[in-house]
Design a protein around this ligand. Structure first.
Ligand code: AMP
Length: 543
């Protein structure tokens, strides 16, 4: 017997309408290339998103067509999110930090019809324009006064495009499984793979994100997403804010600028900021050097890479900010787990709390977790056993877009193999020990590169660190620590190695240390270990 409840589809346009109706006057503040501090309201945003939807129909866009964006976090990009997806088209967000060959690959693979771009990415597009023949034209997200000189064909000014359109628009009533957005993984090997989100997955993910033990979002919050709109929907922030009425502050092209971030946090009364660890390193360093304290910020959600203990400590002790770690992937929309303190385990020393906070977190309702052994048997949740992490749920990808041949990422019983290796403790807190490809196997036992990196990041002379496995005659592999020294600091290899003593098992301590001036990063700001392994392929260990 079926229940007797309404079968109204879960659509992104519902979030747009909800935000505009219930929180119409809530502010959206953006740093943009043409305006250092643009301000308007949710209502104005959705009015303009509707103008854009009308314009897209006028441009001949059909349901399911991929319309791409190549842009930083600002109000126009947000309008594109609602205007494109809400009208039934697919918003394909492109990461501008990808290599030109990768850009060409994904634009052609997605068969994008139009690209909405920031002014500063026009040269990037000019360089590849002859290799992306399917693209019919480019919409530059600026006003007439700031339109660039360009060789690109069929170029349109965003403000002119929408100016003549009506703010009246009836959102189509779509099947909730209709594709809404497309994001490619920033894979370090092989071609990027497309993850196709739908309206239903997006809404369920946003519901999960706002929960108290996840982001704890409400209309009282002011949110600064330093996570880019061009990668995994900025962790769903465009949707979770409009669901709750939180004010949004977009940093525009100033994402990595500690000073701008610090000023925005203060001037706009930001309560929640989100970003990857690299971004917060820049902010913390700026605050330290400038003698500033983040007085207004209450909490930060950090994910995308392991969060060093020293970072959690710095936020807590120097700024009174609560760090919530999160784990996720492009394939998981991205939120899979979040780390907040559970009832019944609060009786901990500050040190034990820190240990817990360095874990990725507890599964959100809607994302099931399991860890398995080599044969696929489930491993115990004892905080010790580690193995490949698999997840399942309504906002986890069931396949990749137009992928030829099987990806091998899904198990026969319907779980997605994340490519991460993890432990899960008896309370359900999951900790990532490594990417499967980054695991170091020494004498048949695994060493967690992430734990070693987190430990050494606590040394004041270390700005950034990576640990990779290097071939060893006796032990097969041994860890090599690669370090970027903090500005104005000096330290020896022996001093760094001594720092590990008592903090990790003795046999985990790296065999050698190499100092470098910088580490290679992926387009999403993660350390590119594949590059490091190539660089140090012939490294001769001394021990
Ligand atoms: P992406 O698809 O580019 O967002 O990258 C997802 C990958 O980032 C995951 O598979 C993890 O390897 C890594 N990652 C994300 N969050 C964390 C975290 N909290 N701790 C360790 N690694 C993480």
């Amino acid at each position: 017997m079926l229940g007797l409840m309404m079968n109204t589809p879960l659509l992104i346009s519902n979030i747009a309408e909800h935000g505009a109706k219930f929180h119409g006057n809530r502010e959206i503040v953006s740093v943009t290339a043409d305006n250092p501090l643009h301000r308007y309201t949710y209502r104005e945003c959705i009015g303009r998103a509707k103008q854009l939807a009308n314009a897209l129909h006028g441009m001949g866009a059909e349901q399911g067509d991929r319309i791409a964006t190549l842009a930083w976090n600002d109000h126009r990009h947000l309008e594109a999110y609602y205007g494109i997806s809400g009208a039934g088209f697919v918003c394909h967000t492109i990461n501008p930090r990808l290599f030109p060959e990768q850009l060409v690959f994904i634009i052609n693979h997605a068969e994008d019809r139009w690209i909405f771009t920031d002014v500063m990415f026009v040269p990037l597009l000019e360089a590849i324009a002859d290799k992306i023949p399917n693209v019919e034209g480019f919409v530059v997200m600026t006003d007439k006064a700031h339109m660039p000189e360009t060789k690109l064909n069929n170029i349109v000014c965003y403000e002119e495009l929408i100016a003549s359109e009506s703010q009246e628009y009836d959102w189509p009533v779509l099947d909730e499984r209709t594709a809404s957005a497309l994001c490619y993984t920033s894979g370090t090997t092989g071609d990027p793979k497309g993850v196709m989100y739908d309206h239903r997955s997006t809404i369920l993910h946003a519901y999960a994100a706002v929960a108290p033990d996840v982001m704890n979002l409400s209309s009282h919050d002011v949110v600064l997403p330093v996570v880019p709109l061009f990668h995994v929907n900025a962790w769903g922030i465009p949707y979770s804010t409009f669901m709750t009425g939180a004010k949004i502050v977009f940093p525009g092209p100033k994402m990595g600028d500690g000073e701008t971030l610090c000023n925005l946090l203060d001037a706009e009364d930001v309560t929640l900021a989100l970003g990857v660890p690299t971004v917060w390193l820049a902010l913390l360093q700026y605050c330290e050097a400038a003698g500033k304290r983040l007085d207004k910020l209450q909490r930060t959600v950090i994910g995308g890479a392991a969060v060093p203990r020293s970072m959690i400590e710095a936020f807590r002790d120097k700024h009174g900010v609560d760090v919530r770690q999160g784990w996720g992937m492009t394939e998981t929309s991205p939120l899979g787990v979040a780390n907040s303190l559970k009832a019944g385990i609060a009786d901990m020393t500050p040190d034990e709390r820190l240990d817990l906070a360095t874990k990725a977190g507890r599964g959100l309702f809607g994302c099931e977790l399991r860890i398995v052994d080599d044969k696929g048997n489930e491993l115990p949740w004892d905080g010790e056993a580690y193995g490949p992490l698999q997840v399942r749920g309504p906002w986890i990808c069931s396949d990749y877009y137009k992928l030829e041949g099987a990806s091998g990422a899904h198990t026969d019983d319907g779980w997605f193999d994340t490519g991460d290796v993890a432990t899960i403790d008896p309370e359900g807190y999951m900790a990532i020990t490594d990417r499967t490809k980054d695991v170091i196997k020494s004498g048949g036992e695994w060493i967690s590169s992430i734990e070693l990196e987190n430990t050494i990041m606590g040394h004041p002379a270390v700005a950034e660190a990576a640990v990779i496995g290097v071939a060893h005659l006796k032990w097969t592999e041994r860890p090599l620590l690669i370090v970027v020294k903090a500005e104005g600091q000096d330290v020896t290899a022996d001093e760094l190695l001594a720092f590990f003593e008592g903090k990790v098992a003795k046999w985990w301590i790296p065999t050698d240390v190499e100092f470098v001036t910088e580490l290679p990063h992926t387009a999403t700001g993660k350390i590119k270990k594949i590059e490091l392994r190539k660089q140090f392929a012939d490294y001769q260990l001394t021990g």
